[in-house]
Ligand binder design. Structure first.
Ligand SMILES: Cc1ncc(COP(=O)(O)O)c(C=O)c1O
Length: 405
């Protein structure tokens, strides 16, 4: 089906009252009324029209019994991967999972022992930490280094961590949330060489792979070499790309049959091996017909990013924008303000009245940073930035006022 619709990303769709985590749980989770939410990673935009149409047709059928992933679902995912990322998958490699977070949790259970070490690169998507700690494993942190406004991997430290006799797994975030890096082939080759030499299985969380900005190209970790293919579990989904997170549908790509078996048994033992009736329909439609929507989305997101950068340069000059190469999440460096993390949180929530993701939740290295989600109509982004600028102005004025006045 050809989608020639011109999408409107400017109109505000009121999500309140739809049980939206981002909007309807703000009071409960942040403990405050009236915060403007630009936090959790979903978008305030409607999904592509062909996806909505496919869901309507499915809903109208009226029978919602147990559902499986059928050939159409796999074929659409395979074509997308081939056409967008140049990776030819075999159908057998795809294992359905009810989300990428469940997928890396399964991988932790399948490929490490209690007490074993899992390598991650903080600051990083915080459920990585929970998947390790909640399963009774140990975090081996290989922190990213911020050099001239750009994050890089520390390969010497990674090699040391990979030699730890307890280390059997690494969870790689590619592209990286929250720092927005699209890892280069050279970086992935170095990482792959270290992990393969030390027999480390790599979970490549590539959920943001389609949201890459012009000038950058996502390279699936598994395509780096045959060793990387055999060593990896690639977790992917169109849920970030097309705003389908509430449908809880994803898949792990596992070419090694033993690894696939180990992973699938954990999934089956948890009773999570079947998809929901709407998730598969939406994902198939998105992969087949979502391209035109995605192209327009990426243009809109670039506009939002330009808007954010210009606004911050003019009205929030103390804040440094870490230039994203991918994702709709922007990592903002507030360290020049010299605030302790609790003070920064209070400035954002109590003074600016905005709900962002606090940097410290991504690990110690994230203290002094905030993550803002720009996948919203520009008017919402503007309001958020205006609230932040006003709070900062008041903060600076108070700090400048001599004591006793
Ligand atoms: C890196 C990364 N992985 C996974 C997820 C969530 O995956 P899912 O909703 O499929 O569990 C997110 C959502 O923000 C993410 O940023």
């Amino acid at each position: 089906m050809d989608d020639t619709t011109v999408y409107d990303f400017d109109t505000v769709i009121d999500r309140r009252g739809t049980a939206a985590v981002k909007w309807d749980l703000v009071n409960r989770l942040f403990g405050m009324d009236d915060l403007l939410p630009l936090w959790v990673a979903d978008m305030d935009f409607a999904s592509p029209q062909p996806v909505i149409d496919a869901l309507m047709r499915r809903a109208q059928h009226g029978v919602f019994g147990y559902t499986a992933c059928m050939d159409g679902y796999y074929d659409a995912a395979i074509s997308w991967m081939r056409e967008r990322h140049g990776w030819q998958l075999e159908k057998d490699w795809l294992v359905f999972c009810p989300g990428v977070v469940p997928a890396f949790n399964m991988a932790v259970q399948a490929f490490t022992r209690p007490g074993g070490g899992v390598i991650i690169q903080q600051p990083v998507y915080y459920p990585f930490m929970r998947s390790i700690l909640a399963n009774g494993r140990r975090i081996l942190n290989n922190p990213l280094r911020l050099s001239c406004g750009r994050y890089e991997m520390d390969f010497e430290d990674l090699a040391r961590k990979a030699r730890d006799p307890d280390a059997t797994l690494m969870i790689l975030c590619s592209p990286h949330n929250p720092v927005g890096r699209v890892w280069t082939r050279h970086e992935l080759e170095q990482l792959g060489a270290i992990c393969c030499e030390n027999n480390i299985t790599v979970v490549a969380d590539e959920i943001h792979a389609d949201l890459v900005l012009p000038g950058f190209r996502h390279i699936p970790f598994a395509t780096i070499s045959n060793d990387c293919l055999q060593a990896s579990i690639t977790c992917t989904s169109p849920s970030k790309t097309f705003n389908l997170a509430g449908l809880h549908t994803a898949h792990a790509v596992i070419s090694d049959p033993e690894k696939r078996e180990a992973f699938s048994s954990v999934l089956m033992n948890s009773g999570l091996q079947w998809p929901n009736a709407f998730g598969t329909v939406a994902h198939e439609a998105a992969y087949r017909s979502g391209g035109p929507w995605l192209a327009q989305l990426l243009v809109y997101l670039q506009g939002n990013l330009q808007f954010l950068k210009a606004f911050i340069a003019k009205h929030l000059p103390q804040v440094q924008v870490i230039e994203p190469e991918a994702t709709y999440l922007v990592w903002l460096d507030f360290r020049a303000l010299g605030l302790e993390w609790r003070e920064l949180k209070a400035l954002m929530q109590e003074q600016a009245r905005v709900a962002l993701d606090e940097g410290y939740i991504f690990g110690h290295e994230g203290r002094g940073f905030e993550r803002i989600n720009i996948a919203c109509p520009r008017s919402i982004l503007r309001e958020c930035l205006e609230r932040m600028a006003e709070a900062l102005r008041r903060h600076v004025d108070t700090a400048d006022t001599p004591a006793g006045l």
